[in-house]
Design a protein around this ligand. Structure first.
Ligand code: NFE
Length: 483
């Protein structure tokens, strides 16, 4: 057995969206920033819209808020289904077991043909190029086979269908996806006709049914089969949530903002955020709040090892994502309707809430959040005023500033904007994977994922699947992290 003593998390590309926005029309920002990522474009668009709404002094209209929530819900469900079935399941399951499947399940039979084809290709390539083995190395010996493999893989293809359904559902109001053309400051440009509401609702019913029948039970089955992962990959345990899915104009959210420092809840103070760059390839100074943030690339910087900055909250590295959202709300002194659901799930799993800070905790919280969100989306649909105005009017400003804080599928996302002479003078994004995959800060503290990898035991040094599973539990996205 090998033990990880140190880990470095590296973002190895520069994107530069913040610099390319300078000098542009602010109303272009929600279009341009959606291109940061194809998996979570909507939260980028909405964070930008929030920042502009603040600069223009408006809030979305009631329909606008509901439509924005419904578009974000669709994008979040798409991302959560992708993470579980297309990323996590193949990490824990012996996919080649499907090649031995002899039953009558149509989904598994289809997958079997696909896996057999892939294995045949890999074998042929290996024969042609024996020096470069393409077939996977020997498995670490803890991949699920048999009935569990069939159960989880049996939903793999259906999950792809569900991702299609989530994108179709989102596009009803987003006009198109992945990059929506309809989200604007004040709401959305798509009028919620009865037909559109019905179109969203019929897909949502299918997706909600899938989440309750397949995804949540499958996450529970996986957790039961791999109990070791309740004790792996904890990291610091500091959690951050900006809050998301506004329930009205009065500051209520489905997932309320808050912070856990050493397990203790406190209110979020958005001024207590700063980004360090001692180990990041930037020439700009450390300790800048994003409202004053700078992006000056310095690819040859001594000590630099990442294009990701190191954001800290009151000097601490914070984890963000579904686990952070659920735990912050679970530990909040304010009543949260999701709490009984968390308790019921923990009871079913036979673990206490303290075990949630782990690889398995991140996985089950994502599945639980998806079911809560799908249920809530039905309520929002019912609250829409059919054919009512989908947005509020606003006036562009010559000068102003604002910020938008939102929860993307992978965690807390903020955009900070300043406008001078009617154009963007400064634009800064602080993105979920920037929080989770940050490098060391000026004080030398490792980022959350770097910390979570410390101490992890690996059975096979050449095939460190345990480390891979820790990384995967954060659902990292390089494109977002470097933006
Ligand atoms: Ni590219 Fe993203 C999400 C955002 S993560 S996926 O969710 O914002 O950094």
């Amino acid at each position: 057995v090998w033990r990880i003593v140190r880990a470095r998390c590296q973002g190895e590309m520069f994107s530069g969206f913040e610099t390319l926005l300078v000098g542009r029309e602010p109303l272009d920002a929600q279009q341009i920033t959606q291109r940061i990522c194809g998996v979570c474009p909507i939260p980028h668009g909405l964070a930008s819209v929030r920042a502009q709404e603040m600069a223009y002094g408006i809030k979305p209209s009631p329909n606008g808020r509901l439509l924005q929530n419904l578009i974000l819900a669709a994008n979040t469900l798409q991302s959560h289904v992708l993470h579980f079935y297309q990323f996590v399941v193949p990490d824990f399951v012996d996919v080649s077991a499907v090649a031995r499947y002899a039953g009558r399940d149509g989904a598994l039979a289809g997958l079997k043909a696909w896996v057999e084809g892939g294995l045949a290709h890999a074998k042929a390539a290996q024969e042609a190029f024996p020096a470069a083995p393409l077939l996977p190395q020997a498995a670490a010996g803890d991949l699920a086979g048999g009935d569990l493999a069939y159960a989880l893989l049996g939903h793999y293809a259906e999950a792809l269908e569900m991702r299609r359904a989530t994108d179709e559902m989102g596009a009803v109001f987003a006009a198109r996806l992945p990059h929506s053309t309809s989200i604007v400051p004040g709401g959305c440009t798509q009028t919620p006709s009865e037909e559109r509401i019905g179109s969203y609702r019929s897909r949502l019913q299918r997706i909600a049914e899938f989440l309750e029948r397949a995804m949540l039970p499958d996450a529970v089955a996986l957790a039961r089969a791999f109990p070791r992962y309740w004790n792996l990959g904890a990291g610091y345990g500091h959690m951050l949530c900006y809050g998301s899915f506004e329930q009205g104009d009065d500051g209520r959210h489905l997932l309320a903002p808050g912070v856990l420092r050493d397990g203790k809840w406190e209110a979020l103070d958005a001024t207590a955020i700063a980004e360090d760059v001692a180990f990041s390839w930037f020439a700009s100074p450390s300790k800048l709040h994003p409202s004053r943030g700078e992006t000056k690339a310095d690819p040859r910087k001594a000590n630099g090892y990442s294009w990701i900055k190191a954001p800290r909250y009151k000097g601490l590295p914070m984890e963000v994502g579904p686990l952070a959202r659920i735990l912050v709300n679970y530990r909040s002194p304010h009543a949260w309707p999701g709490k009984p659901e968390v308790d019921a799930l923990l009871k079913r799993l036979g673990v206490g809430p303290e075990r949630l800070v782990s690889v398995m905790g991140r996985i089950v919280c994502r599945a639980l959040e998806a079911t809560i969100l799908a249920r809530q989306a039905r309520q929002w649909l019912g609250q829409i005023e059919p054919n009512g105005p989908p947005a509020r009017d606003f006036k562009r400003v010559k000068r102003g500033s604002g910020f938008g804080l939102i929860e993307a599928p992978r965690g807390s996302l903020g955009h900070w904007l300043s406008i001078e002479e009617g154009t963007i003078q400064r634009y800064q994004c602080l993105v979920p994977t920037t929080w989770n995959c940050s490098p060391r800060d000026d004080a030398g503290q490792p980022g959350p994922l770097e910390k979570a990898l410390e101490g992890v035991e690996v059975a096979d040094r050449d095939n460190p699947v345990e480390a891979g599973r820790v990384v995967r539990s954060f659902d990292p996205c390089l494109a977002c992290a470097v933006h």
